[in-house]
Design a protein around this ligand. Structure first.
Ligand SMILES: Cc1ncc(COP(=O)(O)O)c(C=O)c1O
Length: 497
């Protein structure tokens, strides 16, 4: 990182931890004395009180309120974090999900309604993606990838084929190789063509009888649609291999094109990017897996089926062919309910319009920024695009400097240094929910940053100036994780500081 003079390892924290505020007797809540546990057999001996900060309710509420003010979220302003589709999520989806949150799993009639909602969502996702069957249980995109690859592995195992290689283009999302490896495959990275998409003519040399699948992110991490995907699918099928599509970028194509029609055999979507739940923030996600008919019987249990009375029930395991359970209960139901609400409230034409405007917004930004920053790939892009710091680097200004400077203009920075195929990448995804004025404000900020990098590059090393904490040593922090509170603060000089 340049501007190293401002990097700190122990910055002054603007809102101290509750542990720091703790004072004996501060929590004056009257808690009844514990009942006599000795009369109940089998309970463990009572230990000492838990080691919690001694703070009052008002201390706690104010602490979290102040923290929330230091935070930046999509409800504050534009959040152009490429690959994360940080769009505004309509509050009606939260409202409907909250209403269903209190249903008890033993309340059979209410659960029948929930299962009906989930079945409807399965069917809608199948329709949107052009696939034959769906499982809503995976809890995130990467979990969906793992589940999908376990399904593919099961298909080969049942057939007695021992294929173990998965090909992954260098424009794939970072979770793809990890998921394949956990599912027991060996991954082989294959280069995309000079225009940033995988060329079918280059695929042939990598195909052999050990190739179980190709896992392709489409649109890929450069925001480029894999235009040869149909020919790629044909080549894979002729080789007895499957085509897995990382469909987490569905926001770019929903309602416009269907992966199933492109020859995709298995895919996942990220409900928490595309359908009404924000990505990130550590909250629950959902990464449903969709497959073609041939793979349907391997999907994870349980299955939502109709009973004799026409209602919906869960069937645990229809056959030994299912890969088994991948999540307890019904996956992350609230995320599924939000997705269903989102899809129903937009309808087919609304989904199509959302995708179209997401691409239009990204193209508008790209067309206004491409003359100020390096654009490594001239190929047309969809919902996001990647710039680099190649033009500014000569003056000592890096992608990190520019990302930090954007914070001073009131924006969350874009994704940086990803995808790896572009050195110093700045990956920008505005999404469809940004109005023209906000896009223009972002352009103005980027123009000013480009100008400052020419006129006064040193200034950019000082960014962010407006944030409560400026530059921290992220590499050091990642290598020296301190995730629990301790009375003994680490002092400079310790741990090789
Ligand atoms: C293209 C792509 N694939 C996979 C993932 C992984 O999803 P998750 O973070 O839910 O595991 C993401 C996350 O942003 C993604 O953008």
């Amino acid at each position: 990182m340049s501007g190293g003079q401002r990097v700190t390892r122990f910055p002054e924290i603007p809102e101290p931890l509750l542990n720091v505020r703790s004072a004996p007797g501060r929590n004056r809540r009257m808690i009844p004395a514990p009942f006599d546990a000795s009369v109940v057999e089998g309970l463990p001996e009572a230990g000492g009180p838990p080691s919690l900060p001694d703070v009052s309710e008002v201390d706690t509420v104010r602490h979290f309120t102040r923290l929330s003010r230091l935070n930046y979220g999509i409800d504050h302003g534009m959040y152009p974090l490429g690959s994360c589709t940080m769009k505004y999520n309509p509050k009606i989806a939260e409202e409907i999900a909250a209403r269903l949150a209190r249903i008890h799993p033993a309340d059979a009639p209410a659960m029948g309604q929930v299962l009906k909602c989930l079945k409807t969502l399965e069917q809608m996702l199948q329709e949107i993606c052009g696939m034959d069957a769906c499982s809503l249980w995976p809890a995130a995109g990467a979990h969906g990838e793992l589940t999908g690859m376990m399904v593919i592995r099961k298909a080969f195992d049942i057939r007695g084929e021992k294929r173990r290689t998965v090909l992954i283009p260098d424009t794939a999302h970072g979770t793809n190789p990890a998921s394949c490896t956990i599912a027991g495959f060996v991954t082989k990275n294959i280069p995309s063509g000079p225009e940033g998409y995988l060329e079918a003519s280059a695929l042939g040399q990598h195909l052999n009888e050990d190739v179980a699948a190709l896992m392709i992110t489409n649109p890929n991490t450069l925001g480029i649609f894999e235009r040869e995907i149909r020919a790629i699918a044909d080549l894979l099928h002729a080789n007895g291999s499957y085509l897995y599509m990382d469909g987490a970028n569905l926001n770019a194509v929903m309602g416009v094109a269907r992966p199933g029609d492109m020859g995709v055999d298995c895919m996942h979507v990220n409900l928490h990017k595309t359908f009404g739940t924000p990505h990130g923030g550590g909250g629950p996600g959902s990464g449903p897996v969709l497959v073609k008919k041939e793979l349907a019987r391997f999907l994870p249990a349980p299955f939502i089926v109709r009973d004799e009375s026409g209602g919906f029930v869960l069937r645990a395991r229809p056959s030994e062919e299912s890969i088994g359970m991948v999540h307890s209960c019904l996956g992350n139901v609230s995320v599924c309910i939000k997705a269903l609400t989102y899809i129903l409230s937009l309808g087919p034409s609304g989904l199509r319009e959302a995708a179209t405007v997401a691409c239009l917004n990204a193209l508008y930004l790209k067309s206004r920024l491409k003359d100020l920053f390096d654009l490594p790939y001239a190929t047309p892009t969809l919902h996001e695009f990647v710039l680099s710091d190649a033009r500014q680097k000569g003056r000592g200004v890096t992608t990190m400097d520019m990302a930090k400077a954007l914070m001073d203009f009131g924006f969350h920075p874009p994704t940086v240094y990803f995808p790896l195929v572009v050195a110093g990448a700045l990956m920008i995804e505005p999404t469809e929910t940004e109005p023209l004025e906000e896009l223009d404000r972002f352009i103005a900020a980027m123009e000013e940053i480009a100008e400052t990098s020419r006129e006064d590059p040193e200034k950019l090393h000082e960014s962010p100036r407006a944030a409560p904490i400026s530059r921290v040593d992220e590499v050091w922090a990642a290598r020296n994780l301190i995730l629990t509170w301790s009375d003994e603060r680490i002092q400079p000089g310790e741990k090789g500081i």
